[in-house]
Design a protein around this ligand. Sequence first.
Ligand code: F6R
Length: 354
Amino acid sequence: MIELDDIKAIKKIDKKNMLGALELFPEQCEEAEKIARKTRLSVLFKKPRSIIILGMGGSGISGDIVKAILSEELDIPIFVNKDYKLPKFANKNSLFLAVSYSGNTEETLSAFEQAVSLGAFVISITSGGELAKKARNSNLPVMTIPGGLQPRAALGYLLIPIFVVLEKLGLIKSKVDEIKNTVDSLKQTRETLSPGNPLNKNLAKQLAERLVGKIPVVYGSCGITGVAALRWKCQFNENSKVPAFYNIFPELNHNETVGWELLKDITERFFLIIFKDDQDHPQVKKRIDITKSLIQEHFDSVFETWTKGESKLERIFSIIYLGDFVSTYLAVAEGIDPSPVERISLLKKELAKE
Ligand code: F6R
């Protein structure tokens, strides 16, 4: 196992500098906001009947985060489309946001084309690729974000512009303060999670060490922590290259809770991670405690943490940022480069063949 305080060894393994990208994440959010505020949305627009966000994987999760944050604020439905096809309710009165870091993801491109053929207004957020070309050819706006990162490391570039677009179109109230406060607390958190902070004071490094050889199971709630649980799961998959699972309270109490009953010899290699939020429904808070007492003996370990901060954005990112570091350190501890996702690239190549 690689020593997580050995900066030289870390740099040798983290060849594409995922940790560097993580350390610059607060500044990425600031830059994303500037780019988005500069982009002119030239088309006059009447209030849409629904918002549909198109995107997959590290890009698509920006839609899930927006949905988790805005569901109590918007008076129109918001839907995240992770498919080639659009749902039947989509029409020219829907507002579409096509989010693809590379701009070349085939599901997103297919859904984008369908949205254009409906005559709908589509705003694209991308670093380029086919999506940028197609959007320009259709005279539709593009928010061009810098390339060169792994999509999942570009979450600030992919997410923040969505809020700015919705704000510009008068659909939500200003997010300026929330973004600023979130960036400020990310900058503070960075001090404690960065490689320069030693293991005995660094929660991300400590968790990564405990997770070596374990299978993470991440639980959040259907308030805001569920989407953070999804992000942790995906980051364990893509950065650490391990199987990982997530689920959401209260639904998991109606099925999965029963599943942790047999196969103890296998589940004792599973590591349960639970997120709690002060604003969770009171019954959800109770459910989390009862569930823990019912199932914890079936896991190797249980780690619980609370969200921190005021706004939903700040609270979600207090958890997401920790997970991004944990999954990256876990890769490094195992001697694995966190950045490449060879199987995703291979799949995309194979699918693109005639
Ligand atoms: C890779 C990653 C993937 C991609 C997904 C969609 O870092 O996170 O989940 O995000 O394959 O590709 P893009 O984001 O280019 O549309």
